[in-house]
Design a protein around this ligand. Structure first.
Ligand code: FES
Length: 143
């Protein structure tokens, strides 16, 4: 009888402890190894209002999970490029003093067509299309 009670207590403790450990470990393991879910393709993304960006300025906007540099060249001309430097993936920025796109990491310079002017970037920046819809600015992937 005593032997059976001890076996029952051992079984309850064993399963309770095991279940507790499993309840802590399972979410941690699932977090470290998430299921493969492909990122939904993004072809167009809102980039703010026209009045939010003055002429000769730029800002980074989100295009899905990627950064895009939106540039308002003047009152009517807009451009957009991937903000990921083609050298080592730093984020580029618009320089209003030189009217160029600059990567601060290794002093890479691009013109306002995304072409490399100087520095180590090996390739131009991918260009996006900018569409104005009413007051809204929309950035779209080129087809
Ligand atoms: S990462 Fe941009 S110049 Fe090196």
């Amino acid at each position: 009888m005593e032997h059976q009670r001890r076996a029952l207590v051992r079984w309850l403790l064993g399963t309770g402890v095991g279940a507790s450990i499993a309840s802590f470990l399972y979410p941690a393991i699932r977090f470290m190894d998430p299921p493969d879910i492909p990122e939904a393709p993004v072809n167009e993304a809102p980039a703010g209002k026209i009045q939010d960006l003055k002429a000769n300025s730029g800002k980074i906007v989100k295009f899905g999970s990627r950064p895009v540099l939106l540039v308002r060249v003047d009152e009517s001309e807009w451009r957009a490029f991937s903000a990921v430097c083609t050298h080592l993936n730093c984020t580029v920025q618009f320089r209003d003093d030189t009217h160029q796109i600059w990567c601060a990491c290794h002093n890479g310079l691009y013109d306002l067509h995304g072409k490399v002017i100087s520095g180590p970037p090996p390739a131009p920046l991918e260009e996006y299309t900018v569409r104005l819809r009413g007051d809204d600015v929309v950035v779209a992937r080129r087809t």
